[in-house]
Ligand binder design. Structure first.
Ligand SMILES: Cc1cc2nc3c(=O)[nH]c(=O)nc-3n(C[C@H](O)[C@H](O)[C@H](O)COP(=O)(O)OP(=O)(O)OC[C@H]3O[C@@H](n4cnc5c(N)ncnc54)[C@H](O)[C@@H]3O)c2cc1C
Length: 484
């Protein structure tokens, strides 16, 4: 009796997922690639939807990263025929050996023997008064509007928070002709200057950051460092922003849209549902699935790559994607191939040792980014007004959370969730989970890693109920098709 062929499934067609796929295909395998987006490329190399009705060149869309975007897009385009590629498909749950997916409103299951989770990241949000007003977007959302839909989020936009994306989005908006009223960075400039030695571990990336800042200044965009955001104003929609400068002076500015974000947070829910063990990561300020240098998780057959396993950026995601695929091949006893007809592939046909070296260098750079653009520490949650909405899905206020914590009923975040419904809504805690932990930490005086980890629940993103209830036939059909 012949052994079952491996069923390798990759979640995510960003830089990490694409390089994983490419490595597996080069070794003669045919992986399944599940991706929520309509086209491959992930976040950074997001492609406009086919027939989107607007045409911006790759240079306009991706700037300095246009060549890398092209290489990643081309890599996937070349191997499409050798891949079971499923775009517009959400992986909404995972359990040992099985991934639950939703495509075109229909639910199905995909069995796996080896699963590479390359699910990327989302913006980190810290609530402030007015953040739920229409016209407030995440920084990433503001960028998606530009990349995927060719539009800005407002006529006069303020970009606020901290992180490299703050300056990048400001640059991309201004370059595209949108009016950027101000860039408000909560991180002091001195902190960014002090991080320079670590940032120089990636001199090219560092230089790009300096260029964006200089370009914005030269083009008259107002930039404030070390601010404390006081609130977003407006009755029905955004009308302005208030903040305090480093020396405490109150400032205000009229605008009709705000892009808000404090760096990124990894999307770890599938790894959680797959049963991976987590540990608190001080650098990322959150719980991350444990993995070895190759991306193997604590669960046999589950591999982690890219920003979903810890924020490290797109170059690291490409490397980690290939590294995880090499681990799959090693575990299967299949020889890897460094052969490819296309020169563009050679850069990514690196061996494991070289990849590890490059990832270590990026990790040093990454530490510099976290130092330069640290989000507000958890104890700042002590200053949130009681009426501040922390969980917008379930409309849970800071006051509700506080009284629950102060009554002694909740000293751990999952208990706080059970009692207040924070994190039970559409976002499943992806937006508010860290805020709940920060408030718990501020109220109890416990460090962040001692207030617990919000456990993931399926469905990890909203799905219609009807297919789950009525589509058993589809599920069976899918599994049989794979068994053939
Ligand atoms: C909104 C946003 C904008 C960014 N913009 C930039 C930028 O301009 N420049 C820059 O240098 N870095 C940017 N970053 C960071 C950069 O995108 C990442 O470092 C890089 O893309 C990581 O690659 P990845 O393959 O790990 O993940 P991603 O590129 O994020 O790819 C992950 C893919 O997985 C898919 N996915 C996730 N969960 C599921 C699921 N449950 N089911 C199905 N599919 C799923 C997503 O749709 C996505 O296509 C951005 C990040 C975000 C979140």
């Amino acid at each position: 009796m012949s052994a079952q062929p491996p069923r390798i499934v990759i979640v995510g067609a960003g830089p990490a997922g694409i390089r994983s796929t490419q490595t597996l295909v080069a070794a003669g395998l045919r992986p399944t690639v599940i991706d929520e987006n309509a086209r491959w490329g992930g976040q950074i190399y997001r492609q406009p939807a086919a027939g989107a009705g607007f045409a911006r060149t790759k240079a306009a869309l991706y700037g300095f990263e246009a060549k890398k975007a092209d290489a990643v897009h081309e890599a996937m385009a070349r191997i499409l025929a050798q891949v079971d590629y499923r775009p517009d498909t959400l992986a909404w749950s995972c359990e040992p050996g099985r991934l639950d997916i939703l495509r075109e409103g229909r639910e199905a299951s995909v069995p796996w023997s080896h699963l590479i989770i390359a699910s990327g990241a989302t913006d980190r949000i810290v609530p402030l008064p007015g953040w739920t007003l229409p016209g407030v977007y995440t920084l990433g959302g503001a960028q998606v509007a530009l990349k995927a839909q060719g539009c800005a989020i407002g006529r006069r936009t303020v970009l606020a928070g901290t992180g490299p994306l703050l300056y990048l989005v400001a640059y991309q908006y201004a370059k595209a002709g949108a009016q950027v009223a101000a860039v408000l960075d909560t991180s002091p400039f001195a902190r960014q200057a002090a991080a320079a030695p670590k940032l120089l571990n990636q001199p090219g990336t560092f230089a790009k950051g300096v260029y964006y800042l200089a370009w914005l200044r030269t083009h008259g965009v107002r930039i404030e460092h070390g601010v404390s955001l006081a609130g977003i104003e407006g009755a029905q929609a955004v009308q302005g922003v208030r903040w305090h400068t480093g020396n405490g002076a109150e400032q205000a500015l009229a605008c009709d849209a705000v892009g808000l974000g404090y760096g990124l947070r990894p999307e770890t829910q599938l790894a959680d549902l797959a049963g991976c063990r987590f540990a608190f990561d001080a650098l990322n300020r959150c719980w991350l699935p444990e993995r070895d240098a190759a991306g193997r998780s604590s669960v046999e057959g589950v591999y982690l790559a890219g920003d979903g396993a810890g924020i490290a950026g797109a170059d690291a995601a490409e490397l980690a994607g290939r590294r995880a695929a090499l681990a799959v091949l090693e575990d299967l006893g299949v020889a890897s191939s460094s052969h490819d007809d296309h020169a563009a592939h050679l850069e990514h046909a690196l061996d494991a040792a070289t990849i590890d070296q490059r990832l270590a260098c990026i990790a040093r750079f990454r530490a510099g980014i976290e130092q330069a653009f640290a989000p507000p520490p958890a104890h700042c949650a002590a200053h949130w007004p009681d009426e501040l909405t922390v969980c917008r899905c379930e409309e849970v206020s800071a006051g509700t959370l506080r009284s629950c914590i102060r009554s002694g009923l909740a000293t751990e975040v999952n208990r706080l969730k059970a009692l207040t419904r924070i994190g039970m809504g559409r976002c499943q805690g992806r937006m508010c989970g860290e805020s709940a932990m920060a408030l718990l930490s501020a109220e109890t005086g416990k460090p962040l890693h001692e207030v617990g980890r919000l456990r993931s629940q399926a469905p990890i993103k909203p799905i219609p109920i009807s297919p789950m209830l009525f589509d058993d036939d589809v599920q069976v059909a899918e599994e049989e098709a794979h068994d053939e």
